[in-house]
Ligand binder design. Structure first.
Ligand code: HEC
Ligand code: HEC
Ligand code: HEC
Ligand code: HEC
Ligand code: HEC
Length: 319
């Protein structure tokens, strides 16, 4: 396997780190598919259930992760998207949004860049359908109509960060060097034929097992490339500047997928495994007497030393 990384430091108004890779995993930029016109169409294009048959473990694990419901969330995300519409888009004088009908894909990208990157393959109608579906779900919630809620939650969660978001769309990062993802290929750690009907090839994604892969969505800070930069997740920034800068050498995948034993069920404080890995807490206490002054005399005092060490590769919490 040709995996020659040449990392060059280019001094140009500060230092820019550019990774060149000799192995061409992808290919030329392909014609985009016709835009999906409905939630159902977009969900179908990225449906992970078709991979379940042969990758049962990965699928079971993934199903339990927040990636499997990346716009429904815990479920705090969907309501927060509505807040961003009401308290953001509709109040900003230059956003062009006065009513839900004015919402476009571009508007929602301030969240979907990371919560649903495949949104760029859909029409503005899908952006509006997402907002109206979340509104109906909230309404059903207020009315206590649990059946409708459950049904709509399924619709919302049918749009997610599924297998092909990571193993195709987001798999190749340095596209001028590694090429663009091809529509018939799953990207992992090997090359050759793949048994799936539509994705009948496998190729290597040079950065899939590195932190930068997760960094695409787990954030450095404000998303300056957007007309209206938003900020949500910042863990990749804190990983680089607080952990790696102090000698930390493990990757996101090392901790979250391997050491945790959770594989594709990437978790945080909702999982025992992660909580155990998170902190070392040492508490020492001692008592003594202190002669305070003549009138108050000798008073007992307690001294408690608490030391906490964060073992995560970044700040906690985040988001
Ligand atoms: C840079 C990528 C990125 C952008 C842009 C982004 N998010 Fe997030 N968001 C994440 C990630 C990753 C997490 C989960 C990890 C974390 O908490 O660090 C998250 C977590 C959240 C959570 C908490 C989730 C839960 O289940 O409790 C909410 C709510 C949320 N985002 C809403 C939004 C909204 C609304 C927008 C747009 C205004 C937005 N995000 C924009 C990446 C992003
Ligand atoms: C959030 C991104 C993400 C999603 C979603 C995702 N994967 Fe992965 N997958 C990875 C990463 C990263 C690795 C490589 C892990 C490593 O190198 O440590 C991987 C590895 C794999 C492997 C190689 C063997 C293994 O299990 O480690 C298979 C097979 C695989 N994924 C299948 C799937 C399937 C099927 C789905 C959907 C059910 C899926 N993945 C969803 C990121 C993802
Ligand atoms: C008919 C069975 C079948 C189906 C369906 C299938 N795969 Fe695979 N896949 C395989 C086999 C077999 C391998 C090779 C496994 C190995 O060598 O460990 C593989 C390998 C992979 C790899 C590379 C793993 C690595 O080691 O890096 C990825 C990624 C992957 N599949 C993702 C998917 C995704 C995503 C889907 C759904 C679109 C899918 N597969 C559907 C059988 C299947
Ligand atoms: C396509 C964007 C994307 C990629 C790539 C991605 N994530 Fe995420 N991840 C998210 C979003 C969005 C959420 C939060 C969903 C929500 O709650 O609304 C999340 C949630 C998580 C959580 C759960 C956080 C919590 O609050 O419980 C962990 C852990 C996590 N991701 C780790 C990883 C790791 C490790 C990788 C790389 C192997 C990775 N993610 C790759 C977007 C992404
Ligand atoms: C040295 C191990 C380690 C590394 C490296 C690491 N993490 Fe974590 N991460 C943890 C632990 C442990 C937690 C659980 C913290 C807790 O219980 O609150 C965590 C929590 C998280 C959370 C949830 C944060 C929250 O709001 O509580 C996200 C998201 C996450 N990690 C993503 C990542 C990503 C993305 C990377 C790589 C850029 C990464 N982690 C690297 C160990 C690690």
């Amino acid at each position: 396997m040709k995996k020659a990384f040449i990392v060059g430091l280019v001094g140009f108004a500060g230092a820019a780190l550019i990774a060149f890779n000799a192995y061409s995993a992808g290919g030329p930029k392909t014609e985009p598919l016709p835009k999906a016109k409905t939630i159902a169409e977009l969900a179908e294009r990225y449906d992970s259930s078709r991979c379940m048959e042969c990758h049962e473990d990965a699928h079971d694990e993934w199903s339990n992760s927040l990636h499997a419901k990346s716009i429904l969330g815990s479920p705090r995300t969907a309501p927060t998207i509505i807040t961003a519409v009401e308290k953001g888009l509709k109040l900003f004088p230059y956003s062009g949004v006065k009513n839900d009908e004015d919402i476009t894909v571009d508007h929602l990208m301030m969240c979907m860049k990371c919560h649903l990157p495949q949104m760029d393959e859909a029409t503005d109608d899908v952006a509006r359908e997402i907002v109206s579906t979340i509104r109906s779900w909230q309404k059903a919630g207020k009315a206590g109509d649990e059946d409708t809620m459950e049904e709509l939650e399924e619709t919302i969660a049918s749009l997610n960060i599924g297998c092909m978001v990571c193993h195709n769309k987001m798999a190749l990062i340095h596209k001028w060097a590694d090429g663009y993802p091809q529509p018939d290929t799953v990207y992992g750690s090997q090359e050759g034929d793949h048994e799936d009907e539509q994705f009948d090839k496998m190729a290597e994604a040079p950065a899939l097992s590195e932190s930068i892969f997760c960094g695409q969505c787990h954030g450095l800070g404000p998303n300056f490339e957007l007309d209206h930069p938003s900020q949500c997740a910042t863990i990749y920034g804190s990983y680089l500047y607080s952990y790696v800068a102090h000698g930390g050498s493990e990757s996101c995948q090392d901790c979250h997928m391997e050491k945790s034993g959770l594989g594709h069920d990437m978790q945080s404080y909702n999982s025992e495994e992660m909580i155990e890995m998170a902190l070392d807490v040492k508490v020492e206490g001692r008592s003594m007497f202190w002669r305070k002054n003549k009138t108050e005399g000798v008073v007992p005092i307690g001294i408690i030393d608490v030391s906490m060490h964060n073992n995560a590769g970044h700040v906690i919490p985040d988001g």
